[in-house]
Design a protein around this ligand. Structure first.
Ligand SMILES: [Zn+2]
Length: 530
């Protein structure tokens, strides 16, 4: 497909052609010229910044047969074989596709063999952070005693996910997002060679849209070539961007995968703010999710998606279950329908996102050991926690988050006990003992009566999912402080409305239509506003 063409065609063939990574290239070239070759490199940095391209250049440079200093020469037998993708001694492993287990095992079996035709066997481990623990362990054994003819290049967008034991054995290079001007200059060069006439403002917009990724910029230029022929105008770029918010879609799904509620809502808001049509966005999200579903059930990826995008989608699909995907497709599809004539243009979209992220989690709380069970990160809304698994100790945070639920359940059994509990708050958890701080001795003494205390203990144990006892203490200071700013009988105890300003902020969030909808639909509760 056309979108790959420019990117492949203009992949840098020499170190000089690499855009915007002078600090990496300089160090690497000096080392190579001095004959200092490391057995393991780590190339870290954002997507589309040239990591894999430089890894291939490195493979060429260490194996180039040229007598001169300018390596790679791109003329010799080895350079040409690499450029044509047929050198057996350059092995590229995509850790994202099957998490690398078979490849690493295979690699350990074969690593002792000499290279077929080149001086060095070069292994490029793409998306290296996706390797499984057994694969990392196997790799570590190899890195501890690397055969002299082997070079590893670990390529990753997320170096923090690579074990320290591996990192310490790699020479690390950090790739930076490519500067806007560098992208513009490179696009000008490509456009010139391709015989395109592009308005300067159009180039600027393409470069800005690419946010530091040369690959994204080249893909966009490719789309525009297909769209506008030999002349590309600013208006065309704007039209294309309005119609294909691929980045916005990708980011939204990334946030869904990460269960990042705040990030997802921000992404929606930003996209709408940039003039993206919410219905179009919903439609694209549905298409994207449908693609993930196809990949997930073993079908082929949608035909109109680039190979790069397919790799990314495979990574996303790996982190969602079929059930989660089905659910998300349905929700965003419904959002697309709900968007017709809606006065709050982005609300159905936001609700779909919240439900796709939160709803499934509320329905089936993921086990702690499951790798995909990333916690919901949220600034504004927090669902009441489901009971903590049996055998786990209660925490103060857990009790506080569930406090409103505890009060509600106590109320079912005994209204006056619930009323008494309103003049206290959980102040500590010591082992199995939940410490309640009362503002007045009278209320404390009432709750300390055995039958009332037993009721409170039973309900707390039930809600937090582990046996708890209750200890009552006096904490008048905390009481006055919180009571002074609390509106009567409305706000949950955990709301840290310390000042007037914070209270106003809190109130604004509580009254936000989206938050209201989430509260009524999912029983979520505003816990804190930051
Ligand atoms: Zn060469």
């Amino acid at each position: 497909m056309a979108a790959q063409a420019l990117y492949r065609k203009w992949r840098p063939q020499t170190f000089e052609e690499v855009v915007g990574q002078q600090h990496v290239i300089h160090t690497l070239q000096n080392a190579l010229q001095g004959g200092h070759i490391s057995h393991a490199y780590l190339f870290a940095g954002p997507r589309g910044t040239g990591k894999t391209s430089v890894a291939r250049l490195l493979a060429k440079a260490v194996n180039c047969l040229s007598e001169g200093d300018a390596k790679p020469c791109n003329q010799c037998r080895i350079c040409r074989a690499i450029n044509q993708g047929r050198l057996l001694d350059l092995i590229e492993i995509d850790a994202a596709s099957n998490r690398g287990i078979d490849e690493i095992r295979n690699l350990r079996d074969k690593i002792g063999f000499r290279p077929n035709e080149a001086r060095y066997k070069v292994y490029i481990l793409d998306e290296a952070h996706m390797l499984t623990e057994p694969a990392f362990n196997a790799l570590l054994k190899t890195l501890e005693e690397p055969p002299p003819h082997v070079i590893f290049v670990l390529v990753t967008t997320e170096p923090h996910k690579i074990p320290a034991t591996i990192l310490s054995r790699c020479q690390r290079f950090d790739f930076r997002p490519i500067a806007l001007d560098d992208i513009v200059a490179r696009l000008e060069h490509i456009a010139d060679r391709e015989g395109l006439s592009v308005e300067p403002a159009a180039l600027q917009l393409i470069a800005r849209q690419a946010t530091g990724s040369m690959r994204d910029a080249e893909s966009l230029l490719d789309q525009l070539m297909a769209y506008g022929g030999g002349k590309i105008t600013l208006a065309q770029v704007q039209a294309i961007l309005g119609a294909v918010p691929a980045q916005a879609v990708g980011e939204l799904v990334d946030r869904l995968v990460a269960r990042d509620l705040a990030g997802g809502l921000e992404a929606i808001g930003r996209a709408i703010g940039e003039g993206v049509d919410p219905r179009q966005l919903a439609r694209q999200v549905v298409e994207h999710l449908r693609g993930l579903l196809l990949i997930k059930v073993g079908g082929s990826a949608p035909a109109d998606v680039s190979a790069e995008e397919v790799q990314k989608m495979k990574g996303q699909a790996a982190q969602l279950s079929v059930g989660q995907l089905l659910r998300a497709v349905k929700l965003f599809n419904q959002a697309q329908l709900d968007l017709r004539g809606n006065l709050q243009p982005q609300l159905p979209l936001e609700l779909a996102f919240v439900e796709a992220t939160l709803g499934e989690q509320a329905a089936a709380p993921p086990k702690k050991s499951a790798p995909q069970a990333a916690p919901v990160r949220t600034k504004k809304v927090s669902e009441p926690k489901a009971p903590i698994g049996a055998g786990e100790k209660a925490t103060l945070e857990g009790v506080r988050i569930n406090w409103a639920r505890i009060l509600a359940q106590v109320k079912v059994h005994n209204r006056s006990v619930e009323a008494l509990l309103k003049s206290c708050e959980p102040v500590a958890v010591e082992g199995e003992v939940v410490v309640l701080g009362f503002y007045y001795p009278f209320h404390k003494e009432k709750i300390e009566e055995p039958s009332r205390k037993a009721l409170v203990e039973r309900v707390i144990s039930q809600v937090v999912g582990s046996p708890c006892r209750v200890k009552c203490v006096l904490s008048p200071k905390g009481g006055r402080r919180t009571r002074a700013t609390r509106k009567p009988a409305e706000e949950p105890k955990a709301a840290k409305a310390e000042t007037e300003e914070a209270r106003d902020k809190y109130q604004a969030v509580v009254e936000d239509p989206l938050i209201k909808a989430a509260v009524s639909k999912y029983g979520a509760r505003v816990v804190d506003v930051k």
